[in-house]
Ligand binder design. Sequence first.
Ligand code: SF4
Length: 761
Amino acid sequence: MNTQYDRVVTTTAWSPGPGCHGGCGVKLYVKDDKIVRVEGDYGHPWNHGRACPRLLACTQYINHPDRILYPLKRVGERGEGKFERISWDEAFDIIEKKWTQLKRDYGPESVIFIQGTGRDIGGPISFLCYSYGSPNWTQLGLAGQSCYTPRLCTMVCVQGDFAVADCSQFFEKRFDDPRYELPKYIVIWAQNPASGCPDAFQGHWIVDCMKRGTKLIVIDPRWTWFASRAEHYLQIRPGTDGALALCMLNLIIENEWYDKEFVEKWTYGFDKLKEEVKQYTLERVSKITWIPEEVIYEATKAYATNRPSAIHWGLPIDQVPEATSVSQAINYLWCITGNLDVPGGNVIARNAWDITQYPYSTQQLKDVYGEDILDRINEKRIGAKRYKYLANMRSWGQPDMAVQQMIDGDPYPIKSAWIQTSNLFGGQAADMRKHYKALMNMEFNVVVDLFHNPTTMACADIVLPAATFMEKESFRSWYQPLQLIQPAVTVGECRSDWEINFELAKRFNPPLREKYPTFKDFVNERIKNSGMTWDDLAAKGGWEYPTEDKWPASVPYRRYEKGYLRPDGKPGFRTPTGKIEFYSTLHEEYEIHPLPFYVEPPESEVRTPELFEKYPLVMVSGRRSPVFFHSEHRNIPWLRECDPYPDVEIHPTVARDLKVENGEWVWIENERGRIRRKVKINAGIHPKTISCMHGWWLPETDGRSPNLFSTWEVGCNVLIPTGMQARTGYGGNAYKTTLVRIVKMSEGTPCNPPVGVWGKR
Ligand code: SF4
């Protein structure tokens, strides 16, 4: 041991800290009870020592002078920024008293539980929500629940399981495992995995494949590092991915590039799909997507005729209203080409030992929350009656309906919000002003977070300090391996989300005290399929993969041939027909179209030509920066120095026409509002599109209302609509397709850019 450090703790990164969707093995170096150095764990098969900038900056994050260290109670008016320190007991007493009164007066459904993206938050928040008795757990602000949910639900409906691009991540020895085969092509569809932090997937895995010979096909409106190295680059019009996927299916069928044996034996509804996709001709789809016909043709041929090949897809697929249909079409691409659950294709992604971090199945929910839990949830859950599809899928309330109901109280009042690690106004909330109105309409708001931000300042009545991953006990069972998160230090009185929610949940559901005296008892129960306890797993180094002899359902490949996927043990897939459903019987049952189709984005030159005349640029929001995760990290000096300003990427011809220069502040506006951004000229973006990173707020400016850290001035979600979800209840409005115009600021316009903190103007 180097004497510079008192100890080194090996653990798993899962936000808060880097903010990630998690999984990296990490080493935390501790000196005098402070973390002084963070690095990737070379022995961990997920990242092999690699670490992203956000992880490396965790020393600044955990020890940041602005961390909220104690529970706080608001003492001034909302927005005044006046809080006083209280004890945990006092905070829990206040919450318990208020929610008991609300339950009595309005029913438990009057409290809504709101989570952000990332973090190991689904478990703790659902635990609290259902223990209190509310059916309303939601990702408020995320219009149409448009972050992976549409893709996940689609995969469950049409193939019975999730699948991901196979970069050998299901094997401990990774690329050296003899069962693995390299993909000939990887299609990167709508993502920049080098900058982002995809769900349970690492961008550098694709680079590892490239180094070994895999070629790329990249579909993205914006030229990325991966696009620059692709064999085929398809610069697509935002929001038209569905048309492209349907055209690719048509080409594959027409040219007989599909896997006939697989289709014959393992699929249902091929003839109907074949008929349906005939309308998506190359000529038509080239016009819709702006991609030249020959580029679509060659890319499709390359993908379909080189097996194995894999598709790695991203968030924009969820961010159009008909997101499930787009997902369905893309999902069929890897099925029809015989690339499902084969080495180097799209591998079925089961968790290790099928362990879930919190109860998913009906029986698991009943075991934990009582026999009547599903009736309770579905009776009052927001959106469950209107959307049959949503009612049968993930147990979240419909967010666009929720925000409306918080404002007008129809069909029943919502009186209180629990907001856990979700900076709504800085981050995910489309139509931010509407969400502000909704939260200000609540009688009582509790916010759990690590730093003050626009949301805590605007509307919190109680603030509870959350711990980073470096301070907490938790576990991760998202695909594989099964991993522990183990604390290295404590900071102030910060507590893990699990700890906070467990304590409060037990106040409303006292039998839980006996059932789970400690959090580790809960974990031990959840991971029992593995045959290990927390301590066993810790003794093995904190992570473990399942083996085929003991748990074959979790280990690739071709599990459908061996009867490992279906509950009845028969060969096939976990769908009603036991086959891949090209015609979805579940869609039919849930009253949505059983076959995939394409619909024009809600705002576009085709669908709303008058609006387009006024606002002729398509704003794509959501571009990822390697140094930020959504609205996090704007206050971390090392990171902010790398990406100091809220910018807008525009094509050189747009800059020329507007007579604006690189680095100049401009207005971006539409009928919903106006924000300011700094011009960044990028020849890699289509002249008709602009790119605005979401999640911007300026922590160096005044946090009090009405400024709220400048969130209204720079947050592009001001411009994005809500309430356009499809018949599924899912689908993300116009995060990628909002029409806007750019206006040059006139001489002397006051625009209050941040000064001097993280660089010059
Ligand atoms: S943000 Fe992604 S790369 Fe960084 S530590 Fe988390 S999982 Fe690893």
